[in-house]
Design a protein around this ligand. Structure first.
Ligand code: PDD
Length: 279
Protein backbone atom coordinates (compact mmCIF):
# COMPACT_ATOMS: atom_id res chain seq x y z
CA UNK A 1 0.00 0.00 0.00
CA UNK A 2 1.33 3.45 -0.99
CA UNK A 3 -1.20 6.01 0.31
CA UNK A 4 -1.65 9.34 -1.53
CA UNK A 5 -0.61 8.40 -5.00
CA UNK A 6 0.86 10.59 -7.68
CA UNK A 7 1.10 9.74 -11.35
CA UNK A 8 3.14 11.88 -13.73
CA UNK A 9 3.59 11.03 -17.40
CA UNK A 10 3.17 7.30 -17.00
CA UNK A 11 4.87 6.78 -13.62
CA UNK A 12 3.19 6.05 -10.31
CA UNK A 13 4.90 7.39 -7.19
CA UNK A 14 4.12 8.63 -3.68
CA UNK A 15 2.26 11.93 -4.08
CA UNK A 16 5.02 13.78 -2.18
CA UNK A 17 7.48 12.83 -4.95
CA UNK A 18 5.26 13.93 -7.85
CA UNK A 19 6.63 17.08 -9.48
CA UNK A 20 6.35 18.93 -12.79
CA UNK A 21 8.46 21.64 -14.40
CA UNK A 22 8.04 25.30 -13.43
CA UNK A 23 7.81 25.89 -17.18
CA UNK A 24 4.74 23.70 -17.43
CA UNK A 25 2.06 25.67 -19.24
CA UNK A 26 -0.43 24.48 -16.67
CA UNK A 27 1.60 26.27 -13.99
CA UNK A 28 2.30 29.42 -16.01
CA UNK A 29 -0.91 29.88 -18.00
CA UNK A 30 -3.51 27.55 -16.50
CA UNK A 31 -3.28 25.93 -19.94
CA UNK A 32 -4.90 22.61 -19.14
CA UNK A 33 -8.03 20.70 -18.22
CA UNK A 34 -8.99 18.38 -15.38
CA UNK A 35 -11.51 16.01 -13.85
CA UNK A 36 -12.45 15.07 -10.30
CA UNK A 37 -13.84 11.59 -9.79
CA UNK A 38 -14.75 9.83 -6.56
CA UNK A 39 -15.23 6.21 -5.66
CA UNK A 40 -18.19 4.53 -3.99
CA UNK A 41 -17.47 1.08 -2.65
CA UNK A 42 -13.96 1.51 -4.04
CA UNK A 43 -15.19 1.86 -7.63
CA UNK A 44 -14.88 5.10 -9.59
CA UNK A 45 -18.36 6.56 -10.02
CA UNK A 46 -19.42 7.19 -13.64
CA UNK A 47 -15.82 7.16 -14.77
CA UNK A 48 -16.78 6.98 -18.45
CA UNK A 49 -18.78 10.19 -18.26
CA UNK A 50 -15.83 11.97 -16.63
CA UNK A 51 -13.38 10.61 -19.21
CA UNK A 52 -15.68 11.63 -22.06
CA UNK A 53 -15.85 15.15 -20.61
CA UNK A 54 -12.06 15.23 -20.24
CA UNK A 55 -11.78 14.42 -23.94
CA UNK A 56 -14.30 17.15 -24.80
CA UNK A 57 -12.44 19.70 -22.63
CA UNK A 58 -9.08 18.77 -24.20
CA UNK A 59 -10.53 18.98 -27.70
CA UNK A 60 -12.04 22.39 -26.93
CA UNK A 61 -8.55 23.76 -26.15
CA UNK A 62 -6.85 21.92 -29.07
CA UNK A 63 -4.92 19.69 -26.73
CA UNK A 64 -4.20 16.15 -27.90
CA UNK A 65 -5.17 13.57 -25.27
CA UNK A 66 -2.23 11.18 -24.85
CA UNK A 67 -4.36 8.49 -23.18
CA UNK A 68 -7.53 6.93 -24.54
CA UNK A 69 -10.46 6.52 -22.12
CA UNK A 70 -9.60 2.81 -21.84
CA UNK A 71 -5.98 3.66 -20.97
CA UNK A 72 -7.13 6.25 -18.44
CA UNK A 73 -9.51 3.74 -16.88
CA UNK A 74 -6.67 1.29 -16.43
CA UNK A 75 -4.45 3.93 -14.76
CA UNK A 76 -7.29 5.09 -12.52
CA UNK A 77 -7.95 1.52 -11.38
CA UNK A 78 -4.25 1.04 -10.69
CA UNK A 79 -4.04 4.31 -8.72
CA UNK A 80 -7.01 3.33 -6.58
CA UNK A 81 -5.50 -0.10 -5.98
CA UNK A 82 -2.13 1.37 -4.97
CA UNK A 83 -3.70 3.91 -2.63
CA UNK A 84 -5.71 1.25 -0.87
CA UNK A 85 -8.14 3.66 0.77
CA UNK A 86 -11.72 2.70 1.39
CA UNK A 87 -12.90 5.60 -0.75
CA UNK A 88 -10.72 7.75 -3.00
CA UNK A 89 -10.84 11.12 -4.66
CA UNK A 90 -9.13 10.90 -8.04
CA UNK A 91 -7.86 14.03 -9.76
CA UNK A 92 -6.86 13.93 -13.44
CA UNK A 93 -5.07 16.81 -15.09
CA UNK A 94 -3.82 17.30 -18.59
CA UNK A 95 -1.76 20.37 -19.55
CA UNK A 96 -0.02 21.60 -22.68
CA UNK A 97 3.25 20.60 -21.08
CA UNK A 98 6.57 22.34 -20.45
CA UNK A 99 7.82 24.99 -22.89
CA UNK A 100 9.61 28.37 -22.71
CA UNK A 101 6.96 30.89 -21.71
CA UNK A 102 5.10 32.14 -24.78
CA UNK A 103 1.35 32.49 -25.17
CA UNK A 104 1.50 30.82 -28.59
CA UNK A 105 1.35 27.02 -28.46
CA UNK A 106 4.80 25.39 -28.70
CA UNK A 107 5.36 23.66 -32.05
CA UNK A 108 6.14 20.37 -30.38
CA UNK A 109 3.64 19.76 -27.59
CA UNK A 110 4.41 17.19 -24.91
CA UNK A 111 1.33 17.19 -22.71
CA UNK A 112 1.80 16.64 -19.01
CA UNK A 113 -0.46 13.92 -17.66
CA UNK A 114 -1.06 13.99 -13.94
CA UNK A 115 -3.23 11.96 -11.61
CA UNK A 116 -3.49 12.12 -7.85
CA UNK A 117 -5.37 9.66 -5.68
CA UNK A 118 -6.17 10.71 -2.13
CA UNK A 119 -8.43 9.59 0.64
CA UNK A 120 -12.00 10.76 0.33
CA UNK A 121 -13.71 11.98 3.48
CA UNK A 122 -17.49 11.86 3.22
CA UNK A 123 -19.51 15.02 3.81
CA UNK A 124 -20.47 15.51 7.43
CA UNK A 125 -24.09 14.99 8.50
CA UNK A 126 -24.12 18.66 9.42
CA UNK A 127 -23.52 19.67 5.81
CA UNK A 128 -25.96 17.05 4.49
CA UNK A 129 -28.76 18.71 6.40
CA UNK A 130 -28.26 21.82 4.32
CA UNK A 131 -25.74 24.56 3.71
CA UNK A 132 -25.62 28.31 3.25
CA UNK A 133 -24.65 29.98 0.02
CA UNK A 134 -23.84 33.48 -1.09
CA UNK A 135 -24.46 34.95 -4.53
CA UNK A 136 -21.81 36.68 -6.59
CA UNK A 137 -21.65 38.15 -10.08
CA UNK A 138 -20.27 35.48 -12.42
CA UNK A 139 -16.87 36.99 -13.12
CA UNK A 140 -15.51 33.89 -14.86
CA UNK A 141 -14.65 33.62 -18.54
CA UNK A 142 -17.11 32.71 -21.29
CA UNK A 143 -16.34 28.98 -21.66
CA UNK A 144 -17.45 27.49 -18.38
CA UNK A 145 -18.35 24.28 -20.25
CA UNK A 146 -14.61 23.55 -20.50
CA UNK A 147 -13.30 22.04 -17.27
CA UNK A 148 -10.26 24.33 -17.30
CA UNK A 149 -7.66 24.28 -14.52
CA UNK A 150 -7.83 28.10 -14.63
CA UNK A 151 -9.98 28.29 -11.51
CA UNK A 152 -8.94 31.64 -10.03
CA UNK A 153 -12.47 33.07 -10.15
CA UNK A 154 -13.87 29.90 -8.56
CA UNK A 155 -11.16 30.01 -5.89
CA UNK A 156 -11.91 33.65 -5.04
CA UNK A 157 -15.65 32.99 -5.02
CA UNK A 158 -15.40 29.99 -2.72
CA UNK A 159 -13.10 31.88 -0.37
CA UNK A 160 -15.62 34.74 -0.24
CA UNK A 161 -18.27 32.19 0.63
CA UNK A 162 -16.11 30.83 3.41
CA UNK A 163 -15.34 34.32 4.71
CA UNK A 164 -19.10 34.93 4.85
CA UNK A 165 -19.61 31.70 6.82
CA UNK A 166 -21.17 29.99 3.79
CA UNK A 167 -20.38 26.77 1.95
CA UNK A 168 -20.84 27.70 -1.70
CA UNK A 169 -20.91 30.75 -3.94
CA UNK A 170 -23.68 30.81 -6.55
CA UNK A 171 -22.82 32.79 -9.67
CA UNK A 172 -25.30 35.19 -11.30
CA UNK A 173 -24.75 36.34 -14.88
CA UNK A 174 -27.05 38.90 -16.53
CA UNK A 175 -29.68 38.32 -13.84
CA UNK A 176 -29.60 34.55 -14.31
CA UNK A 177 -28.21 31.80 -12.10
CA UNK A 178 -25.40 29.96 -13.82
CA UNK A 179 -23.92 27.50 -11.31
CA UNK A 180 -21.91 27.29 -8.11
CA UNK A 181 -18.13 27.66 -7.77
CA UNK A 182 -17.83 23.86 -7.41
CA UNK A 183 -21.34 22.61 -8.20
CA UNK A 184 -24.42 22.94 -10.38
CA UNK A 185 -27.49 24.63 -8.93
CA UNK A 186 -31.11 23.44 -9.10
CA UNK A 187 -34.28 25.06 -7.82
CA UNK A 188 -37.77 23.74 -7.12
CA UNK A 189 -40.86 25.91 -7.30
CA UNK A 190 -44.36 24.45 -6.95
CA UNK A 191 -42.99 20.98 -7.60
CA UNK A 192 -41.19 21.97 -10.82
CA UNK A 193 -37.43 21.47 -10.92
CA UNK A 194 -35.48 24.03 -12.96
CA UNK A 195 -31.78 24.35 -13.72
CA UNK A 196 -29.62 26.30 -16.18
CA UNK A 197 -29.39 24.66 -19.60
CA UNK A 198 -26.18 23.12 -20.85
CA UNK A 199 -24.07 25.55 -22.84
CA UNK A 200 -21.02 27.75 -22.47
CA UNK A 201 -22.20 29.30 -19.19
CA UNK A 202 -22.03 26.14 -17.09
CA UNK A 203 -20.14 22.92 -16.69
CA UNK A 204 -22.25 19.97 -17.84
CA UNK A 205 -22.05 18.21 -14.50
CA UNK A 206 -21.99 14.45 -14.40
CA UNK A 207 -24.04 14.61 -11.19
CA UNK A 208 -26.37 17.17 -12.77
CA UNK A 209 -27.37 14.81 -15.56
CA UNK A 210 -27.75 11.85 -13.19
CA UNK A 211 -30.01 13.87 -10.90
CA UNK A 212 -32.12 15.18 -13.80
CA UNK A 213 -32.57 11.59 -14.95
CA UNK A 214 -33.62 10.54 -11.43
CA UNK A 215 -36.06 13.45 -11.23
CA UNK A 216 -37.67 12.51 -14.55
CA UNK A 217 -37.95 8.90 -13.41
CA UNK A 218 -39.81 10.14 -10.33
CA UNK A 219 -42.25 11.88 -12.64
CA UNK A 220 -41.15 15.38 -11.63
CA UNK A 221 -41.47 18.20 -14.13
CA UNK A 222 -37.92 19.15 -15.14
CA UNK A 223 -37.03 22.35 -16.95
CA UNK A 224 -33.56 23.00 -18.33
CA UNK A 225 -33.86 26.73 -18.93
CA UNK A 226 -32.44 29.98 -17.61
CA UNK A 227 -33.32 30.54 -13.94
CA UNK A 228 -33.55 34.15 -12.81
CA UNK A 229 -31.99 35.48 -9.64
CA UNK A 230 -35.50 36.29 -8.37
CA UNK A 231 -36.58 32.69 -8.92
CA UNK A 232 -33.57 31.49 -6.96
CA UNK A 233 -34.40 33.69 -3.99
CA UNK A 234 -38.11 32.86 -4.14
CA UNK A 235 -37.68 29.11 -4.66
CA UNK A 236 -39.30 26.53 -2.39
CA UNK A 237 -36.06 24.52 -2.54
CA UNK A 238 -32.54 25.11 -3.80
CA UNK A 239 -29.88 22.44 -3.99
CA UNK A 240 -26.42 21.78 -5.35
CA UNK A 241 -25.17 18.79 -7.34
CA UNK A 242 -21.57 17.72 -7.91
CA UNK A 243 -19.04 14.96 -7.42
CA UNK A 244 -17.88 16.37 -4.10
CA UNK A 245 -21.24 17.74 -2.85
CA UNK A 246 -23.47 14.93 -4.19
CA UNK A 247 -27.03 16.29 -3.76
CA UNK A 248 -26.84 19.02 -1.15
CA UNK A 249 -29.72 21.18 0.10
CA UNK A 250 -29.19 24.95 0.35
CA UNK A 251 -31.06 26.33 3.36
CA UNK A 252 -30.02 29.96 3.18
CA UNK A 253 -28.85 32.30 0.46
CA UNK A 254 -27.19 35.59 1.41
CA UNK A 255 -28.42 35.02 4.96
CA UNK A 256 -32.10 34.60 4.00
CA UNK A 257 -33.96 31.29 4.41
CA UNK A 258 -35.00 29.40 1.28
CA UNK A 259 -38.52 27.99 1.67
CA UNK A 260 -38.86 26.61 5.18
CA UNK A 261 -35.11 26.98 5.77
CA UNK A 262 -34.84 23.19 5.91
CA UNK A 263 -34.34 20.55 3.22
CA UNK A 264 -37.59 20.23 1.24
CA UNK A 265 -39.31 17.08 -0.03
CA UNK A 266 -37.84 17.12 -3.54
CA UNK A 267 -34.20 17.39 -2.54
CA UNK A 268 -34.77 14.85 0.21
CA UNK A 269 -36.22 12.38 -2.30
CA UNK A 270 -33.52 13.01 -4.92
CA UNK A 271 -30.71 12.73 -2.37
CA UNK A 272 -32.11 9.34 -1.29
CA UNK A 273 -32.46 8.14 -4.90
CA UNK A 274 -28.94 9.36 -5.63
CA UNK A 275 -27.64 7.49 -2.63
CA UNK A 276 -29.21 4.31 -4.04
CA UNK A 277 -27.03 4.71 -7.15
CA UNK A 278 -23.91 4.72 -5.02
CA UNK A 279 -24.42 1.51 -3.04
N1 PDD B 1 -16.14 20.50 -9.60
N2 PDD B 1 -19.73 23.23 -11.85
C1 PDD B 1 -18.46 23.51 -11.53
C2 PDD B 1 -17.94 24.89 -11.77
C3 PDD B 1 -17.63 22.50 -10.98
O1 PDD B 1 -16.35 22.80 -10.69
C4 PDD B 1 -18.16 21.22 -10.75
C5 PDD B 1 -17.33 20.11 -10.17
C6 PDD B 1 -19.50 20.98 -11.08
C7 PDD B 1 -20.15 19.63 -10.88
O2 PDD B 1 -19.73 18.70 -11.86
P1 PDD B 1 -19.72 17.13 -11.59
O3 PDD B 1 -21.10 16.77 -11.15
O4 PDD B 1 -19.38 16.56 -12.92
O5 PDD B 1 -18.69 16.89 -10.53
C8 PDD B 1 -20.25 22.00 -11.64
C9 PDD B 1 -15.14 19.57 -9.16
C10 PDD B 1 -15.66 18.52 -8.25
C11 PDD B 1 -13.97 20.34 -8.56
O6 PDD B 1 -13.53 21.26 -9.25
O7 PDD B 1 -13.53 20.02 -7.46
Amino acid sequence: MMPDIGFVNGQFMPLADAVVSVEDRGFQFGDGVYEVIRTYGGRPFHLNAHLARLERSAKAIDLPCPLSPAQWAERVAEGIRLAGYRECKVYLQLTRGPAPRDHIFPTAVHPTVVMTVRELHPLSDGLRSGVSAITLPDFRWGRCDIKSIGLLANVLARQRAKDAGAFEAIFIRDGEVTEGAVSNVMIVRRGVLATSPEGERILSGVTRSLVLELARKEGLAVQERPVSEAELRGADEVFLTGTTVEVLPVNRIDGIAIGSGRPGPVVTLLAARFRNLTV
